[in-house]
Design a protein. Structure first.
Lengths: 249, 226
């Protein structure tokens, strides 16, 4: 395949940045998108140019590290992570525009790398459970209905990649935050901090400078893990009831 | 900040205000369209004028009207506040942005709302202001004097541009409601496998039927009274 890549290049956080066009040839349709980026970077390295920086880690679609806003979609045209996107999803001769996630809470570090530390701080604010130390508890000691366990697991499949924020017209982190609140709110282990969790995680989400939700559903449509909008409704319920019932005046 | 202001100034709290005021305005629209259907009666406006007097003098209706004014103002103020937050959340936009599989209405609620707000101002100047403080003729039914709001309405809708303006405004209202109705329930946290499909269906019917009924009034008057 022969492609034209329009890639966002930005030296550092304070640099203004601009698109740079790179022609690339000899790309196999079986390559993953990130392998195609590797080919480009090898060429750039040989030419003595600065390679394009982008985030990636497991390349198995489970770590949430890869990002890239490809041709107007987070993680590209397929509902999957960028590492699981293959070049067969593109046609020969196509121009592919690659941009970083755009959000005030995700500042660009360099080129296509953004700092998603804001997600970590939301988790730190309340995405945990307190457990007693001691011996390993027996499996299935706490009865949890299968349906509830499945639903909690569906929420827990969120890998925190930030595609929801990237897709949202308001750069809202509500799908992420709601999935993280939901996965613990539904389980017995999550009940101790249930109210404070909703209050603290929502407060942190607002402090980070994410936008609000307009219920457009763009996040759900682009989420590589298919996290559903029902999580946002649940987060709102959790937040309202925590506000009304908690002792925090 | 007290817990109330803290909750209501959070992004979710502000959305709560949007949902509650929006749902109240939907209730208002339902009453407004039902009452104004009396314009379609061929009784020279008697039923409508009696209704208009009731609506401007009954204390319970007065209370509801104040709630309506507060809802409109609250809905506008909180939408501006939310929009400012939302805009600040993405200071640098994308070079390429393909709209995903979302509705045009849901992406443009602010623009639709602004057009509706302009309509409301013109609409209230035309009738609400006239009814309260305008120079309005009187009619007498069974020895009781009534303000003849009906004649003002009929006069206004002799103007074809006024009729077109109203019909277009109702189209924008339809789009605004097509997202707003179900969205308000989602914001309230009412997302349930049993009820959400019903809410979505009622919302779709509502956003078509109510604006069409509203739009039918100026059209009917234009074609029957000129």
């Amino acid at each position: 395949m022969k492609l034209t890549l329009k890639i966002w290049r930005q030296k550092n956080a304070s640099d203004k940045g601009a698109f740079v066009t790179y022609p690339i040839d000899g790309i196999s349709t079986d390559m993953s998108f990130l392998e195609m980026m590797d080919v480009l970077n090898e060429e750039l390295a040989i030419k003595g140019e600065d390679p394009v920086h982008f985030d990636h880690d497991c390349r198995e679609g489970i770590c949430g590290m890869c990002s890239l806003y490809i041709n107007g979609h987070p993680h590209g045209p397929q509902q999957t992570t960028t590492c699981q996107l293959h070049m067969r999803s593109f046609s020969d001769g196509e121009t592919i525009t690659i941009e970083p996630w755009r959000a005030a809470a995700f500042p660009v570090v360099k080129d296509l790398v953004v700092d998603r530390g804001s997600f970590d701080r939301i988790i730190q604010a309340g995405g945990y459970v307190n457990v007693n130390t001691g011996g390993v508890p027996d499996a299935n000691e706490i009865p949890i209905p299968k349906r509830v366990a499945d639903e909690a697991f569906d929420s827990a499949t969120c890998i925190g990649c930030g595609a929801c924020v990237a897709a949202c017209k308001n750069a809202s982190a509500m799908l992420f935050t709601s999935a993280k609140i939901s996965q613990l709110a539904m389980l017995p282990q999550g009940q101790v901090e249930r109210m404070s969790r909703a209050e603290k995680m929502v407060a942190q989400m607002d402090d980070e400078g994410f936008g609000a939700c307009t219920n457009t559903g763009a996040c759900e449509a682009e989420c590589p893990k298919g996290i559903s909008l029902t999580n946002i409704a649940r987060m709102n319920r959790e937040y309202f009831s925590a506000s009304v019932k908690s002792e925090n005046v | 900040m007290s817990w109330v202001t803290k909750t209501l100034s959070s992004t979710i709290g502000r959305k709560l205000i949007m949902a509650l005021t929006g749902l109240f305005l939907i209730l208002f629209l339902t009453g407004h369209v039902a009452g104004n259907l009396q314009l379609l009666k061929s009784d020279g406006g008697e039923a409508f004028n009696i209704y208009a007097k009731f609506m401007t003098t009954n204390p319970a209706v007065k209370l509801l009207s104040y709630l309506t004014y507060i809802s409109i103002i609250g809905h506008v103020i909180f939408s501006i506040w939310l929009s400012k937050t939302n805009r600040a959340a993405r200071p640098v936009g994308y070079g390429v942005s393909t709209p995903p599989s979302t509705t045009i209405s849901s992406r443009n609620m602010g623009i639709l709302g602004t057009i509706i707000l302009i309509f409301i101002v013109v609409h209230m100047q035309s009738f609400w202001y006239q009814m309260h403080w305008g120079d309005i003729p009187f009619v007498t039914y069974d020895g009781v004097e009534y303000k003849d709001l009906y004649s003002i309405v009929v006069f206004a809708f002799q103007n074809v541009w006024m009729v077109i303006g109203y019909v277009v405004a109702m189209a924008f209202l339809a789009f605004h409601l097509s997202h707003g109705f179900a969205s308000a329930f989602q914001t309230l946290g009412l997302n349930h496998a049993k009820y959400s499909p019903a809410i979505a269906l009622i919302g779709k019917i509502y956003c078509i039927v109510v604006p069409i009924l509203f739009a039918s009034m100026p059209v009917y008057i234009y074609f029957t009274q000129s």
